[in-house]
Design a protein around this ligand. Sequence first.
Ligand SMILES: Nc1ncnc2c1ncn2[C@@H]1O[C@H](COP(=O)(O)OP(=O)(O)O)[C@@H](O)[C@H]1O
Ligand SMILES: [Mg+2]
Length: 520
Amino acid sequence: MERTEKFKLHIKEGNTFKGDSIILGGAILDGQPLSDCNVCIPLKTLNRHGLIAGATGTGKTVTLQIIAENMAAKGIPVLMMDLKGDLSGIAVAGISNPKIEERHRLIGVPYNSVGNTVELMTLSKENGMRLRATVSEFGPVLFSKILELNDTQGGIVAVIFKFADDSNLPLLDLKDFKRLLQFITDEGKAEIEKNYGRISEASVGTIMRKVIELETQGAELFFGERSFEVSDLVRVDQNGRGIVSIVRLTDIQDKPKLFSTFMLQMLAEIYASFPEAGDLEKPKLCVFIDEAHLIFKEASKALLDQVEAIIKLIRSKGIGIFFCTQNPYDIPEDVLAQLGLKVQHALRAFTDKDRKAINKTAENYPISEFYKTEELLTSIGIGQALITALNEKGIPTPLAATHLRAPSSRMGVLNAEEIDRITAASLLSSKYNVEVDRQSAYEILEAKLNNAKAQTKEEEAEAPQPKPKSSVREEPSVIEKLSKNTMVRQVGNTVMREVARGLLGVLGLGGSTRRKKGLF
Ligand SMILES: Nc1ncnc2c1ncn2[C@@H]1O[C@H](COP(=O)(O)OP(=O)(O)O)[C@@H](O)[C@H]1O
Ligand SMILES: [Mg+2]
């Protein structure tokens, strides 16, 4: 058989799926895109996660946009982490031009121009729906991981959460947490130690320092109410297209700690709230992280372990996560090993180290008799990539150098007016952008302690004569005073949440060892 025919058959056999799929572009043989040989990815294995890698300017972000908008077209809701502010254009229809027409003629796929229903979200004060979470929702284990605490310090955090639960003190923001941290070594010291064991002041000092560090990254904007419900990520518009939620993160690019805090919380929350799904025809939600090296760059070992654990487990909930980064080795190897779809754009070979990385990358792709992978990795053009996905049996599809289609939405950002229009139309903004001024741990403690002081003064004034010893009624303790009459709606029992999450294995060893020691 002629080589070209053999190649087409090879790609076609590997790209014919029983279920629905997405066309990414046309296969390339000997530098030429073929107009009758589509490269596709099946919806069924999108929960097996993916990687989009390649040098700057080779088309990673555009590929992300293509995959995301085609998922949306299939009714799959999408969540995008936009670290550079490149992704908002997905909201509006793209405009064709001769280059785009030519691209589509080459791959034999008609160009269509469509925008998406978009929700713009922010962690800080950018235009858009505010994303927030309460301290209590983090739970002691995740919160300790984020602060990079050791086991002893983590134990103290667990005590604080437990005490807050026992005393009906809602832990909403960092101010609440700091107040309790102060309380346990100050007014509440004796009581806390009686009920929960000895507390090391040095450890408390360290925790305080780390909380303040997190605050200097602007975290106080993120912690608090109204906290985000992940069910709001899973929506379709009136045309049945998945709604695309874009988290605009440009203003926290230089705050990796805040970003990884948010990411972990989001993933843990998604994990905890989505039911086991088994094998679905298509995922329930796909998450894209552009410039993913930014989360991994400064992440601690504990955090990385956490990300890895969640990525492994979240798959069975029907959630797919897609990382976009320059070098595949920006992603920790254990995470990399979990990624089913691989889209590799061109790499640049300037140094010896680059060449080694290219060889290593090539080794991670299925062997193909039609390609010299190392050579292709440095020679493919912009908007071209080497692609392999997983078929329905979980086996990698044949390696296909692919001339990608162009996005149906705009390749470029929204202008200020367009952003204003979208945020004004957002239903979620009116739900989440309200200032909730609820009494939480800080206010309640302050009020109670002031009360207790006033009461003691009054009692002293009323009874200047010391009573005979035998008739002294034992004074209610500070904690008893605190828990009395404190009928506040709890944010949810943090310890119970933690057990639920921990039992499911998301929180790994940290949670279970601590439980064994009897703190829970
Ligand atoms: N599939 C594509 N179709 C059309 N143009 C593309 C495509 N991929 C990339 N391009 C062009 O290349 C430019 C750079 O792509 P981009 O995705 O921003 O690169 P990266 O994210 O890798 O830095 C885009 O602005 C666009 O002009
Ligand atoms: Mg990019």
